[in-house]
Design a protein around this ligand. Structure first.
Ligand code: NDP
Ligand code: F7E
Length: 327
Protein backbone atom coordinates (compact mmCIF):
# COMPACT_ATOMS: atom_id res chain seq x y z
CA UNK A 1 0.00 0.00 0.00
CA UNK A 2 1.30 3.45 -0.89
CA UNK A 3 1.74 6.17 1.69
CA UNK A 4 -1.43 8.18 2.18
CA UNK A 5 -1.66 11.49 0.36
CA UNK A 6 -3.99 14.16 1.63
CA UNK A 7 -6.72 15.47 -0.68
CA UNK A 8 -5.22 18.10 -2.95
CA UNK A 9 -6.82 20.95 -4.83
CA UNK A 10 -7.72 19.84 -8.31
CA UNK A 11 -9.14 22.20 -10.89
CA UNK A 12 -11.32 20.34 -13.38
CA UNK A 13 -11.07 21.30 -17.04
CA UNK A 14 -11.40 19.93 -20.56
CA UNK A 15 -10.44 16.26 -20.79
CA UNK A 16 -7.75 15.23 -23.28
CA UNK A 17 -9.67 13.92 -26.33
CA UNK A 18 -6.82 11.58 -27.28
CA UNK A 19 -6.33 9.95 -23.86
CA UNK A 20 -7.46 6.35 -23.22
CA UNK A 21 -11.01 6.48 -21.82
CA UNK A 22 -12.64 3.30 -20.48
CA UNK A 23 -16.44 3.16 -20.46
CA UNK A 24 -17.30 0.19 -18.24
CA UNK A 25 -20.68 -1.21 -19.35
CA UNK A 26 -20.48 0.43 -22.80
CA UNK A 27 -23.30 -1.70 -24.23
CA UNK A 28 -25.81 -0.85 -21.50
CA UNK A 29 -28.37 1.96 -21.45
CA UNK A 30 -26.04 4.51 -19.84
CA UNK A 31 -22.70 3.22 -21.10
CA UNK A 32 -23.82 3.22 -24.74
CA UNK A 33 -25.12 6.78 -24.39
CA UNK A 34 -21.85 7.88 -22.75
CA UNK A 35 -19.95 6.23 -25.61
CA UNK A 36 -22.06 8.05 -28.25
CA UNK A 37 -21.54 11.36 -26.47
CA UNK A 38 -17.79 10.89 -26.17
CA UNK A 39 -17.53 9.93 -29.85
CA UNK A 40 -19.52 13.01 -30.81
CA UNK A 41 -17.23 15.13 -28.62
CA UNK A 42 -14.15 13.88 -30.44
CA UNK A 43 -12.70 11.33 -28.01
CA UNK A 44 -10.52 9.10 -30.16
CA UNK A 45 -9.29 6.41 -27.76
CA UNK A 46 -12.43 4.85 -26.29
CA UNK A 47 -12.11 1.45 -24.61
CA UNK A 48 -15.05 -0.91 -24.05
CA UNK A 49 -15.34 -4.57 -23.10
CA UNK A 50 -18.48 -6.67 -23.00
CA UNK A 51 -19.07 -8.82 -19.94
CA UNK A 52 -18.24 -11.85 -22.10
CA UNK A 53 -14.85 -10.32 -22.95
CA UNK A 54 -14.09 -9.06 -19.43
CA UNK A 55 -16.18 -10.20 -16.47
CA UNK A 56 -15.71 -7.37 -13.99
CA UNK A 57 -16.38 -9.84 -11.16
CA UNK A 58 -13.06 -11.50 -12.10
CA UNK A 59 -10.64 -9.49 -9.96
CA UNK A 60 -7.42 -10.80 -11.54
CA UNK A 61 -8.73 -10.16 -15.06
CA UNK A 62 -9.76 -6.61 -14.14
CA UNK A 63 -6.30 -5.84 -12.73
CA UNK A 64 -4.65 -7.28 -15.87
CA UNK A 65 -6.94 -5.14 -18.03
CA UNK A 66 -6.05 -1.93 -16.17
CA UNK A 67 -2.31 -2.74 -16.20
CA UNK A 68 -2.46 -3.29 -19.94
CA UNK A 69 -4.81 -0.47 -21.01
CA UNK A 70 -3.96 2.17 -18.38
CA UNK A 71 -7.06 4.28 -18.99
CA UNK A 72 -6.65 7.91 -17.97
CA UNK A 73 -10.40 8.34 -17.50
CA UNK A 74 -13.10 5.86 -16.42
CA UNK A 75 -16.90 6.05 -16.31
CA UNK A 76 -18.16 3.12 -14.25
CA UNK A 77 -21.54 2.32 -15.83
CA UNK A 78 -21.30 -1.47 -15.51
CA UNK A 79 -23.62 -2.88 -12.87
CA UNK A 80 -26.35 -5.36 -12.13
CA UNK A 81 -29.45 -3.22 -12.84
CA UNK A 82 -33.18 -3.87 -12.81
CA UNK A 83 -36.62 -2.63 -11.88
CA UNK A 84 -38.46 -2.83 -8.59
CA UNK A 85 -39.48 -6.50 -8.79
CA UNK A 86 -36.06 -7.70 -9.97
CA UNK A 87 -34.41 -5.81 -7.09
CA UNK A 88 -36.91 -7.15 -4.60
CA UNK A 89 -36.63 -10.76 -5.83
CA UNK A 90 -32.84 -11.07 -6.22
CA UNK A 91 -31.29 -8.91 -3.45
CA UNK A 92 -28.24 -11.17 -3.13
CA UNK A 93 -27.38 -10.73 -6.81
CA UNK A 94 -27.85 -6.97 -6.68
CA UNK A 95 -25.71 -6.66 -3.54
CA UNK A 96 -22.98 -9.13 -4.35
CA UNK A 97 -22.47 -8.47 -8.07
CA UNK A 98 -22.44 -4.73 -7.65
CA UNK A 99 -20.03 -4.85 -4.72
CA UNK A 100 -17.69 -7.11 -6.69
CA UNK A 101 -17.82 -5.09 -9.91
CA UNK A 102 -17.21 -1.72 -8.28
CA UNK A 103 -14.59 -2.99 -5.84
CA UNK A 104 -12.57 -4.62 -8.60
CA UNK A 105 -12.79 -1.67 -10.99
CA UNK A 106 -12.06 0.97 -8.35
CA UNK A 107 -9.19 -1.01 -6.79
CA UNK A 108 -7.61 -1.67 -10.20
CA UNK A 109 -8.09 1.98 -11.20
CA UNK A 110 -6.38 3.01 -7.97
CA UNK A 111 -3.40 0.74 -8.63
CA UNK A 112 -3.16 2.24 -12.14
CA UNK A 113 -3.59 5.75 -10.66
CA UNK A 114 -6.43 6.50 -13.09
CA UNK A 115 -6.70 10.27 -13.16
CA UNK A 116 -10.48 10.75 -13.23
CA UNK A 117 -13.13 8.18 -12.31
CA UNK A 118 -16.88 8.80 -12.36
CA UNK A 119 -18.83 6.27 -10.31
CA UNK A 120 -22.57 5.98 -10.99
CA UNK A 121 -24.93 5.24 -8.12
CA UNK A 122 -28.68 5.77 -8.04
CA UNK A 123 -31.31 7.94 -6.36
CA UNK A 124 -32.38 4.86 -4.37
CA UNK A 125 -29.39 5.42 -2.03
CA UNK A 126 -31.44 8.02 -0.17
CA UNK A 127 -33.81 7.25 2.71
CA UNK A 128 -37.26 6.06 1.67
CA UNK A 129 -38.94 9.06 3.30
CA UNK A 130 -36.27 11.69 2.68
CA UNK A 131 -37.61 15.26 2.48
CA UNK A 132 -38.38 16.17 -1.15
CA UNK A 133 -36.67 17.26 -3.30
CA UNK A 134 -33.81 15.13 -2.00
CA UNK A 135 -30.56 16.96 -1.27
CA UNK A 136 -27.22 15.14 -1.37
CA UNK A 137 -26.85 15.59 2.40
CA UNK A 138 -29.84 13.27 2.97
CA UNK A 139 -27.51 10.31 2.49
CA UNK A 140 -27.49 8.01 5.56
CA UNK A 141 -30.10 10.02 7.45
CA UNK A 142 -32.85 7.37 7.51
CA UNK A 143 -34.11 3.92 6.55
CA UNK A 144 -33.83 2.71 2.96
CA UNK A 145 -36.70 1.56 0.74
CA UNK A 146 -36.87 -2.23 1.39
CA UNK A 147 -37.49 -3.24 -2.26
CA UNK A 148 -34.02 -2.03 -3.21
CA UNK A 149 -32.04 -1.76 0.01
CA UNK A 150 -29.45 -4.38 -1.02
CA UNK A 151 -28.68 -2.54 -4.27
CA UNK A 152 -28.63 0.78 -2.43
CA UNK A 153 -26.12 -0.47 0.14
CA UNK A 154 -23.78 -1.59 -2.66
CA UNK A 155 -24.07 1.86 -4.25
CA UNK A 156 -23.46 3.60 -0.92
CA UNK A 157 -20.29 1.50 -0.53
CA UNK A 158 -19.22 2.79 -3.95
CA UNK A 159 -19.71 6.42 -2.93
CA UNK A 160 -17.66 5.74 0.20
CA UNK A 161 -14.88 4.12 -1.83
CA UNK A 162 -14.67 7.21 -4.04
CA UNK A 163 -14.52 9.45 -0.97
CA UNK A 164 -11.93 7.20 0.69
CA UNK A 165 -9.67 7.27 -2.37
CA UNK A 166 -9.91 11.04 -2.44
CA UNK A 167 -9.03 11.23 1.26
CA UNK A 168 -6.23 8.70 1.32
CA UNK A 169 -4.69 9.16 -2.13
CA UNK A 170 -5.77 12.64 -3.23
CA UNK A 171 -7.16 11.46 -6.55
CA UNK A 172 -10.01 13.67 -7.91
CA UNK A 173 -12.56 10.92 -8.37
CA UNK A 174 -16.28 11.72 -8.26
CA UNK A 175 -19.74 10.11 -8.01
CA UNK A 176 -23.06 10.95 -9.66
CA UNK A 177 -26.51 9.74 -8.54
CA UNK A 178 -28.90 9.51 -11.48
CA UNK A 179 -32.64 9.50 -11.09
CA UNK A 180 -34.69 6.91 -13.06
CA UNK A 181 -33.34 6.81 -16.63
CA UNK A 182 -34.79 5.74 -19.96
CA UNK A 183 -33.98 5.88 -23.67
CA UNK A 184 -32.59 3.89 -26.59
CA UNK A 185 -30.85 0.67 -25.60
CA UNK A 186 -32.95 0.21 -22.46
CA UNK A 187 -33.93 -3.16 -21.04
CA UNK A 188 -37.55 -3.83 -22.13
CA UNK A 189 -37.93 -7.15 -20.30
CA UNK A 190 -41.52 -7.35 -19.01
CA UNK A 191 -40.45 -8.70 -15.62
CA UNK A 192 -36.96 -7.26 -15.16
CA UNK A 193 -37.13 -3.73 -16.52
CA UNK A 194 -37.83 -0.32 -15.02
CA UNK A 195 -41.24 1.25 -15.35
CA UNK A 196 -40.95 3.32 -18.53
CA UNK A 197 -39.65 0.62 -20.90
CA UNK A 198 -42.18 -1.80 -19.34
CA UNK A 199 -45.05 0.60 -20.08
CA UNK A 200 -43.89 1.29 -23.64
CA UNK A 201 -43.76 -2.40 -24.40
CA UNK A 202 -47.02 -3.24 -22.63
CA UNK A 203 -49.07 -0.47 -24.27
CA UNK A 204 -47.57 -0.96 -27.71
CA UNK A 205 -48.18 -4.71 -27.61
CA UNK A 206 -51.76 -4.10 -26.41
CA UNK A 207 -52.33 -1.64 -29.26
CA UNK A 208 -51.05 -4.13 -31.84
CA UNK A 209 -53.10 -6.98 -30.36
CA UNK A 210 -56.24 -4.84 -29.93
CA UNK A 211 -56.34 -5.81 -26.24
CA UNK A 212 -59.21 -4.16 -24.29
CA UNK A 213 -57.10 -3.48 -21.19
CA UNK A 214 -53.59 -3.52 -19.76
CA UNK A 215 -52.51 -4.09 -16.18
CA UNK A 216 -49.68 -2.12 -14.60
CA UNK A 217 -47.98 -2.73 -11.26
CA UNK A 218 -48.84 -1.15 -7.95
CA UNK A 219 -51.35 1.63 -7.29
CA UNK A 220 -50.08 4.18 -9.81
CA UNK A 221 -49.70 6.79 -7.05
CA UNK A 222 -45.89 6.79 -6.54
CA UNK A 223 -44.06 9.69 -8.12
CA UNK A 224 -40.94 9.26 -10.25
CA UNK A 225 -38.52 11.62 -11.96
CA UNK A 226 -37.40 10.49 -15.42
CA UNK A 227 -34.28 11.60 -17.23
CA UNK A 228 -33.41 10.76 -20.84
CA UNK A 229 -30.14 8.84 -21.04
CA UNK A 230 -28.63 11.26 -23.61
CA UNK A 231 -29.03 14.00 -21.00
CA UNK A 232 -27.44 11.66 -18.45
CA UNK A 233 -24.46 11.06 -20.72
CA UNK A 234 -24.04 14.80 -21.30
CA UNK A 235 -24.16 15.32 -17.52
CA UNK A 236 -21.42 12.70 -17.01
CA UNK A 237 -19.03 14.49 -19.34
CA UNK A 238 -19.99 17.86 -17.89
CA UNK A 239 -19.25 16.70 -14.35
CA UNK A 240 -15.89 15.23 -15.36
CA UNK A 241 -14.93 18.55 -16.94
CA UNK A 242 -16.50 20.97 -14.45
CA UNK A 243 -16.94 19.35 -11.03
CA UNK A 244 -14.65 18.13 -8.32
CA UNK A 245 -15.69 17.33 -4.76
CA UNK A 246 -16.21 14.48 -2.30
CA UNK A 247 -20.01 14.69 -2.31
CA UNK A 248 -21.99 12.71 -4.82
CA UNK A 249 -23.93 14.89 -7.30
CA UNK A 250 -27.62 14.29 -8.03
CA UNK A 251 -28.52 14.09 -11.72
CA UNK A 252 -32.14 14.63 -12.67
CA UNK A 253 -34.62 17.02 -14.20
CA UNK A 254 -36.05 18.48 -10.99
CA UNK A 255 -39.64 17.47 -11.87
CA UNK A 256 -41.62 14.27 -11.40
CA UNK A 257 -44.94 12.65 -12.37
CA UNK A 258 -47.15 9.97 -10.87
CA UNK A 259 -46.90 6.51 -12.39
CA UNK A 260 -50.55 6.89 -13.39
CA UNK A 261 -49.75 10.11 -15.29
CA UNK A 262 -46.76 8.41 -16.87
CA UNK A 263 -48.96 5.49 -17.99
CA UNK A 264 -51.52 7.90 -19.49
CA UNK A 265 -48.75 9.69 -21.40
CA UNK A 266 -47.31 6.43 -22.71
CA UNK A 267 -50.77 5.23 -23.79
CA UNK A 268 -51.36 8.49 -25.68
CA UNK A 269 -47.93 8.48 -27.35
CA UNK A 270 -48.16 4.86 -28.51
CA UNK A 271 -51.83 5.31 -29.55
CA UNK A 272 -53.48 2.84 -27.17
CA UNK A 273 -57.13 3.58 -26.40
CA UNK A 274 -58.14 0.71 -24.06
CA UNK A 275 -58.51 0.58 -20.28
CA UNK A 276 -55.75 0.60 -17.66
CA UNK A 277 -55.94 -1.55 -14.53
CA UNK A 278 -53.59 -1.71 -11.55
CA UNK A 279 -52.25 -4.87 -9.87
CA UNK A 280 -51.87 -3.79 -6.26
CA UNK A 281 -50.24 -7.08 -5.30
CA UNK A 282 -47.09 -5.64 -6.94
CA UNK A 283 -44.95 -3.22 -4.87
CA UNK A 284 -45.18 0.56 -5.17
CA UNK A 285 -41.71 1.13 -3.79
CA UNK A 286 -40.77 4.51 -2.45
CA UNK A 287 -43.65 7.02 -2.63
CA UNK A 288 -41.49 9.75 -4.17
CA UNK A 289 -37.84 10.28 -5.05
CA UNK A 290 -37.43 13.67 -6.63
CA UNK A 291 -33.85 14.87 -6.67
CA UNK A 292 -32.72 18.33 -5.72
CA UNK A 293 -30.48 19.23 -8.65
CA UNK A 294 -29.11 22.55 -7.35
CA UNK A 295 -25.57 21.24 -7.02
CA UNK A 296 -25.60 20.13 -10.65
CA UNK A 297 -27.08 23.48 -11.69
CA UNK A 298 -24.32 25.23 -9.73
CA UNK A 299 -21.84 23.17 -11.76
CA UNK A 300 -23.47 24.65 -14.89
CA UNK A 301 -25.64 21.83 -16.24
CA UNK A 302 -29.34 21.22 -16.61
CA UNK A 303 -31.45 18.65 -18.49
CA UNK A 304 -32.74 19.64 -21.92
CA UNK A 305 -34.83 16.70 -23.22
CA UNK A 306 -38.51 16.92 -22.22
CA UNK A 307 -40.32 13.77 -21.13
CA UNK A 308 -42.68 14.07 -24.12
CA UNK A 309 -39.84 14.36 -26.67
CA UNK A 310 -37.74 11.70 -24.98
CA UNK A 311 -40.68 9.34 -24.80
CA UNK A 312 -41.56 9.82 -28.48
CA UNK A 313 -38.03 9.09 -29.66
CA UNK A 314 -37.74 6.10 -27.31
CA UNK A 315 -41.02 4.64 -28.65
CA UNK A 316 -39.62 5.06 -32.17
CA UNK A 317 -36.40 3.34 -31.13
CA UNK A 318 -38.37 0.53 -29.49
CA UNK A 319 -40.45 -0.08 -32.63
CA UNK A 320 -37.36 -0.14 -34.86
CA UNK A 321 -35.52 -2.52 -32.54
CA UNK A 322 -38.30 -4.71 -31.18
CA UNK A 323 -36.92 -7.73 -33.02
CA UNK A 324 -33.53 -7.48 -31.32
CA UNK A 325 -34.20 -6.41 -27.76
CA UNK A 326 -32.08 -7.35 -24.72
CA UNK A 327 -33.84 -9.82 -22.47
N1 NDP B 1 -31.32 2.55 -15.69
C1 NDP B 1 -31.65 3.38 -14.69
O1 NDP B 1 -32.81 3.82 -14.57
C2 NDP B 1 -30.60 3.81 -13.72
C3 NDP B 1 -29.29 3.37 -13.77
N2 NDP B 1 -28.39 3.80 -12.82
C4 NDP B 1 -27.00 3.35 -12.82
O2 NDP B 1 -26.38 3.58 -14.07
C5 NDP B 1 -25.43 2.55 -14.35
C6 NDP B 1 -25.74 1.92 -15.69
O3 NDP B 1 -27.05 1.37 -15.66
P1 NDP B 1 -27.78 0.92 -17.01
O4 NDP B 1 -27.03 1.39 -18.18
O5 NDP B 1 -29.21 1.26 -16.84
O6 NDP B 1 -27.66 -0.66 -16.90
P2 NDP B 1 -27.70 -1.73 -18.06
O7 NDP B 1 -28.21 -2.98 -17.48
O8 NDP B 1 -28.37 -1.18 -19.25
O9 NDP B 1 -26.16 -1.92 -18.43
C7 NDP B 1 -25.26 -2.41 -17.49
C8 NDP B 1 -24.04 -2.90 -18.23
O10 NDP B 1 -23.17 -3.44 -17.25
C9 NDP B 1 -22.46 -4.49 -17.83
N3 NDP B 1 -22.17 -5.50 -16.83
C10 NDP B 1 -23.01 -6.05 -15.92
N4 NDP B 1 -22.36 -7.00 -15.21
C11 NDP B 1 -21.10 -7.05 -15.70
C12 NDP B 1 -19.97 -7.84 -15.42
N5 NDP B 1 -19.99 -8.78 -14.46
N6 NDP B 1 -18.85 -7.63 -16.13
C13 NDP B 1 -18.80 -6.70 -17.10
N7 NDP B 1 -19.83 -5.91 -17.41
C14 NDP B 1 -20.97 -6.10 -16.73
C15 NDP B 1 -23.34 -5.10 -18.90
O11 NDP B 1 -22.47 -5.46 -19.96
P3 NDP B 1 -22.85 -6.51 -21.15
O12 NDP B 1 -23.95 -5.84 -21.91
O13 NDP B 1 -21.61 -6.61 -21.93
O14 NDP B 1 -23.29 -7.78 -20.48
C16 NDP B 1 -24.30 -3.98 -19.26
O15 NDP B 1 -24.10 -3.49 -20.55
C17 NDP B 1 -25.53 1.57 -13.18
O16 NDP B 1 -24.53 1.86 -12.25
C18 NDP B 1 -26.88 1.86 -12.58
O17 NDP B 1 -26.91 1.57 -11.22
C19 NDP B 1 -28.76 4.67 -11.84
C20 NDP B 1 -30.04 5.12 -11.74
C21 NDP B 1 -31.06 4.74 -12.68
C1 F7E C 1 -33.90 3.36 -10.85
C2 F7E C 1 -34.42 2.62 -9.65
O1 F7E C 1 -35.36 1.62 -10.03
C3 F7E C 1 -35.92 0.82 -9.00
O2 F7E C 1 -36.82 1.55 -8.24
P1 F7E C 1 -38.18 2.13 -8.75
O3 F7E C 1 -38.03 3.56 -9.06
O4 F7E C 1 -39.24 1.81 -7.77
O5 F7E C 1 -38.33 1.35 -10.11
P2 F7E C 1 -39.30 0.94 -11.24
O6 F7E C 1 -38.98 1.77 -12.41
O7 F7E C 1 -39.18 -0.53 -11.42
O8 F7E C 1 -40.80 1.22 -10.72
C4 F7E C 1 -41.30 2.50 -10.53
C5 F7E C 1 -42.76 2.45 -10.17
O9 F7E C 1 -43.50 2.05 -11.33
C6 F7E C 1 -44.44 1.03 -10.98
N1 F7E C 1 -44.74 0.20 -12.16
C7 F7E C 1 -45.96 0.11 -12.75
N2 F7E C 1 -45.93 -0.79 -13.74
C8 F7E C 1 -44.65 -1.25 -13.79
C9 F7E C 1 -44.02 -2.21 -14.62
O10 F7E C 1 -44.61 -2.82 -15.49
N3 F7E C 1 -42.69 -2.42 -14.39
C10 F7E C 1 -42.00 -1.75 -13.42
N4 F7E C 1 -40.68 -1.99 -13.26
N5 F7E C 1 -42.59 -0.85 -12.59
C11 F7E C 1 -43.90 -0.60 -12.79
C12 F7E C 1 -43.76 0.30 -9.84
O11 F7E C 1 -44.67 -0.46 -9.08
C13 F7E C 1 -43.14 1.47 -9.07
O12 F7E C 1 -44.13 2.06 -8.25
C14 F7E C 1 -34.91 0.35 -8.00
O13 F7E C 1 -35.26 -0.96 -7.63
C15 F7E C 1 -33.54 0.62 -8.38
O14 F7E C 1 -33.13 -0.21 -9.42
C16 F7E C 1 -33.33 2.00 -8.86
O15 F7E C 1 -32.32 2.61 -8.60
Amino acid sequence: MSAPTSEQTFVPGALDRSAPFYVAGHRGLVGSAVWRTLEKEGFSHLIGRTSAELDLKDRAAVFDFFREQRPRYVVLAAAKVGGIVANNTYPVDFLSENLQIQLNVLDAALEARTERVLFLGSSCIYPRLAPQPIVEDSLLTGHLEPTNDAYAIAKIAGIMQIQAVRRQYGLPWISAMPTNLYGPGDNFSPTGSHVLPALIRRYDEARTAGAPSVTNWGTGTPRRELLHVDDMAAACLHLLEHYDGPSQVNVGTGTDVTIRELAETVARVVGYEGETQWDTSKPDGTPQKLLDVSRLADAGWRASISLEDGLRSTVEWYRENVGALRT
